[in-house]
Design a protein around this ligand. Structure first.
Ligand code: AMP
Length: 249
């Protein structure tokens, strides 16, 4: 069983992002970049399936600039077998990413495609769903458990009010929720070994996909700053401020 895992290069979740001074985008200069956390969970799940003897090959795919090779190499160090970079410097929308992944599905014929439920930079939560629609695969989104047997996948999904389990026939698209697993750290020997694993590059032109944007980013601005708080002298002053300034009691 072949597993394709989609990994996105994003600003590391510990970084406090800032807009560029002209508000045209987020400032990515000298900012630490990492694998999107939900994609790390996707890689971990794929690698566990390989370790269990369910998957035979795990292919990590990223769509982005040359530097996205770093996130593919990290996926290889975590246990993926080979990588594919769809190289583009354009800022792509989820539909364009889904089209690139669909083109790779046509080439690679995976049985399972695992993606994160969302990328923490754009918070779109769209790519997996769009890929499933384009490829005509069933989808199990927000997965907190994945069980594969006899050509089908049971995906337990975190929905409002509880857990829902769906049974899907391979090939399928699965998107990962936070509680699916706890990703491992890459060991130094595995980081070294990952350097020798195959990593192919293709362009969006070679895949023949239309990546023209359908939306236009108007501006990026920081949230409004909160006014500083004050320390009150005593309870009487607190009550007075709540009653007469905040007018909440
Ligand atoms: P999004 O729909 O943008 O919230 O992203 C959901 C998931 O789609 C991510 O967690 C990735 O698994 C995948 N994805 C999105 N953008 C990319 C990209 N540029 N390269 C590879 N995978 C991506």
């Amino acid at each position: 069983m072949k597993v394709l895992v989609a990994v996105k290069r994003v600003v590391d979740y510990n970084v406090k992002v800032r807009p560029l001074s002209d508000g045209s985008s987020v400032d990515l200069n000298n900012v630490k970049m990492s694998i999107n956390p939900f994609c790390e969970i996707a890689v971990e799940e794929a690698v566990r399936l390989k370790e269990q003897g369910v998957a035979t090959e795990v292919v990590a795919v990223s769509v982005g600039p040359q530097q996205a090779q770093e996130q593919i190499r990290t996926s290889l160090a975590l246990g993926a077998d080979r990588g594919i970079l769809v190289n583009t410097d354009a800022a792509l929308e989820p539909l364009a990413i889904a089209k690139c992944l669909k083109a790779l599905c046509d080439k690679e014929s995976p049985d399972l495609v695992i993606l994160g439920k969302q990328a923490i930079d754009g918070d779109n939560n769209q790519t997996g769903q769009m890929l499933a629609a384009l490829a005509g695969y069933p989808q199990g989104t927000f997965a907190s458990e994945v069980n594969i047997a006899d050509g089908s996948v049971k995906v337990t999904r975190e929905v409002d009010g509880g857990l829902q389990t769906v049974d899907l026939k391979l090939p399928v698209v699965v998107t990962t929720d936070l509680r699916l697993n706890e990703p491992r750290y890459a060991s130094l020997p595995n980081i070294m070994k990952a350097k020798k694993k195959p990593l192919d590059t293709v362009t969006t032109d070679e895949l023949g996909v239309d990546i023209a944007p359908r939306t236009q980013l108007l501006k990026v601005e920081p949230p409004a700053e909160r006014a500083a708080g004050i320390i009150v002298e005593d309870v009487a002053q607190l009550m007075d401020k709540l009653r007469n300034e905040a007018k909440v009691i």
